[in-house]
Design a protein. Structure first.
Length: 367
């Protein structure tokens, strides 16, 4: 039977009445930009992330852009970025005229390698941008020690990691700011784009709030040149309904991951996801690695199994960054991962039969 990579309709069906009521309330007062729904959701996310402030913006990509801008990143600056991540992590740096300096990842978690990060710090480095990939936090202890030594701010790209934690510290609470995405397929997803910057730095929070509304305070009096990047009330209302369920959805994903771990360990040359001690991995993706990735990908797709490759090309080898003269061998761990990883369905609502179908298809490939 076909098994999708994700099925949002199943997630939304039991919440239909609540979602419709929440949207109806917004239409009743017709305050679609910012307002009560956004403020209430911001407060709820701040509590979830263990920070004092949360500022809703238009997307996770914009969250990165505004956080970097608020830190004063600009032309001539360098920001260290893992090369194995979604493009927006680096593009936010580039859009401010700064230079992304790409570093390698850890072999086991695919997260930023603190040792390689340290080797790439120069006199022009102004920040470290950490990504919590696939729903598992990076080694923030090592990164924060490194940042403290060099006097550098740290931004956490927690787009895939709301609800994850490390030694009890929620994603987004360790660095100077955390950036969250509410893209529909995230563990907490909107009905469209949405994002948030979370921080316990009041100066940074104030600057992000100023930037998201054209730099105006009060309205029509522009202190700086900002952006039009606001989380709208409809999305906040929808997310407000879904937030109380997010922890249970992540728990179910972890339960599905447990089954995969048990059934797929030792199958062929498959490498199952590593779990960092003291980390709460929310499994935004369940990502395998194999030297036969492309063949397995074709096999699963032919069987109707939803699979995706996150990500088939490292950022330092992307055409748009050719001016930085990156070459193969610069980040060997990430380059190897880009040729070996694939993600399989792990969504909270998948059935036991569907998961068995995925497992059977993978085992059949390696027989």
């Amino acid at each position: 039977m076909p098994v999708p990579i994700v099925n949002l309709a199943r997630q939304h069906e039991p919440l239909t009445a609540e979602l419709q009521a929440a949207v109806g309330r917004v239409f009743a007062h017709s305050g679609f930009i910012l307002g009560r729904e956004v403020a209430d959701f911001e407060a709820a996310v701040a509590r979830e992330c263990g920070v004092t402030d949360a500022i809703g913006v238009a997307s996770g990509s914009d969250a990165l852009l505004l956080a970097l801008h608020a830190l004063g990143i600009g032309p001539g600056d360098e920001v260290i970025v893992p090369t194995f991540t979604f493009f927006s992590t680096a593009s936010a740096v580039s859009r401010l005229g700064a230079t992304p300096v790409f570093c390698d990842i850890c072999t086991d978690t695919y997260n930023i390698d603190p040792v390689d990060t340290a080797a790439r710090i120069t006199a022009r480095t102004r920040a470290i941008l950490v990504v919590h990939l696939y729903g598992q936090m990076a080694d923030m202890t090592a990164i924060m020690d490194l940042a403290y030594t060099h006097g550098l701010p740290v931004i956490e790209d927690a787009a895939q990691a709301i609800g994850a934690s490390l030694a009890g510290a929620p994603a987004g609470s360790c660095g100077d700011a955390g950036c969250i995405s509410f893209f529909p397929t995230k563990n907490l997803g909107a009905a469209g784009d949405g994002g948030m910057v979370v921080t316990s730095d009041p100066v940074l929070a104030d600057m992000v709030q100023l930037l998201r509304g054209h730099g105006a305070r009060p309205k029509y009096f522009n202190r700086i040149v900002g952006y039009n990047s606001r989380l709208d009330a409809l999305q906040a209302a929808i997310l407000g309904v879904k937030l109380p369920h997010a922890a249970e959805w992540s728990r179910r994903r972890r339960a599905n991951a447990d089954v995969y771990d048990r059934e797929l360990a030792g199958v062929g040359d498959l490498v199952i996801p590593a779990r960092t001690p003291d980390a709460y991995h929310i499994f935004h993706q369940y990502t395998l690695a194999t030297g036969k990735r492309d063949a397995l990908l074709g096999h699963l797709r032919q069987a109707g199994i939803g699979t995706e490759v996150y990500y088939p090309q490292t950022l330092h080898l992307q055409e748009c960054y050719s001016y930085l003269h990156g070459k193969r061998g610069d980040c060997p761990v990430a380059e190897r991962a880009a040729g070996q990883v694939l993600s399989i369905p792990v969504f909270a609502e998948m059935t036991e039969d569907e998961q068995a179908e995925v497992i059977d298809a993978i085992k059949a490939f390696f027989r």
